[in-house]
Every structure is written in C-alpha cells, then in structure tokens.
Write a protein that binds this ligand. Structure first.
Ligand code: SF4
Ligand code: SF4
Length: 208
C-alpha cells in the first residue's frame, strides 16, 4: 500500500515540473508537417493565367466524389489558361473531402495542390462548398486577372509547359503554349487556341 502511494505521488511530482506539451489552440498554432494535406489551391502561372485546363481528371480520381469541374473553351478574345480549355466551374465539397490527395496526384498541370490551411470549420453547409473564386490562388504581383487575350499572351512569350513536350512541333503554328520567340502578337494561333465550337459536351456522370 505504502509502495503504491509512493510510486503514484512520485510520478505526479515528476510530471509537475516537466514542460507542458499542450498547445493552447487557437491562441497558439503549431506549424503543420511539410506534407500535411490542407485545403486545396488552384494555382496560376506568374502572368496570372490559370493552370487548370478543365480536364476533370481530379474529379474522376476523387474517391469521395467531392469535386465538380465543368470545362469551358478558351477563345482568342478570352483566354483563361494556356490550353484549349479551362476550368469554367470548379467546386470542392469539404463535407465530402477526406484530404487523401489523390486529386492532386491526378492533375496533369499541377494546377491543383494542397495548402497547409486546416481551419475550415463553419456553421453553414453551403460555405463548405468552395467555389472557384475561393480556390484560385491570389494574382502574382503585376499580373492581370483572367481572361487575357491571345495577343497579350503571345506577346509575353512565356513557356507554360517546360520540358521536351513544350517544344513546338515541326511545322506547328505559334500559339499561347508555343509562342514564336521572333514572332509578333498578330501571328495566327494554332491548336492550343482552337475554339471547339458551340456544342458543349455533357459533364460525365460518376459511377456510370
Ligand atoms: S483530397 Fe481526396 S477526397 Fe478530397 S477532393 Fe481530393 S481526391 Fe477527393
Ligand atoms: S485541377 Fe488539374 S486535374 Fe482538375 S480539371 Fe484542372 S487541370 Fe484537370
């Protein structure tokens, strides 16, 4: 009996003088680990164009069916991304998301990444559905908001897709993705700016 008391009080006494490990959240916030999965960001290029090309691969990869994407066609007068299409409507439902990161693995342009932001609690169900305006990254300094015109994009002469795949094919026309370094903004645009016409395709239904 005496031994048990001595051990118990001994442990209490030792612990009393240890440094507390409790974090006084929300007054104090701990930095998440580098690979922590927080809420998503839809990234931009440094000139403000959006990296999302509306391909819907992220939506198809999502096991919780938390993403909705509707692609739209870029036109020479209104270009949102360097590709043919852009994410016209983009939504993530954080009531469904399990923060697994499969969507960011599926994204071919690194448009979608996850931040360290974890404070998502709210008392409104609607507010848990993040629309494109809340997901889009802030504009880089000096960049103009989308849409841009093809003439503006070609004049900047940026390479949007680095690596061998970024090289303009022999005989390929200069365009927003493959600008001609010696060309003028008035040059005709090629495949990346082809307007696909008025016939919108229906978004695929999951679980078909
Ligand atoms: S993190 Fe996982 S659950 Fe959340 S949107 Fe991406 S794929 Fe879906
Ligand atoms: S975020 Fe990536 S995967 Fe999703 S639609 Fe846009 S480009 Fe495609």
């Amino acid at each position: 009996m005496f031994n048990a008391l001595r051990k118990g009080f001994g442990l209490t006494g030792k612990t009393m003088f240890r440094r507390p490990v409790t974090t006084q959240y929300p007054e104090q916030k701990r930095a998440p680990e580098p690979r922590f999965h927080g809420r998503h960001i839809l990234n931009r290029y440094e000139d403000g164009l959006e990296k999302c090309i509306g391909c819907e691969l992220c939506a198809w990869a999502c096991p919780a069916d938390a993403i909705y994407v509707q692609g739209g066609d870029n036109t020479p007068e209104a270009r949102y991304s360097p590709g043919e299409r852009y994410g016209a409507d983009y939504q993530i439902n954080y009531l469904r998301c399990i923060f697994c990161g499969l969507c960011i693995e599926a994204c071919p342009t690194r448009a979608l990444t996850m931040s360290h932001e974890y404070e998502l609690a709210t008392d409104s169900r609607e507010a848990m559905i993040f629309t494109k305006d809340r997901l889009l990254a802030p504009l880089p300094e000096g960049a103009g908001d989308t849409p841009h015109t093809d003439a503006e994009v070609v004049a900047r002469g940026m390479t949007y897709y680095p690596g061998p795949a970024a090289q303009r094919p022999v005989g390929g026309m200069p365009n927003a993705a493959w600008p001609d370094p010696n060309g003028s903004p008035e040059e005709p645009v090629g495949p990346a700016t082809v307007h696909l016409g008025d016939g919108e395709t229906e978004p695929p239904t999951h679980g078909e």
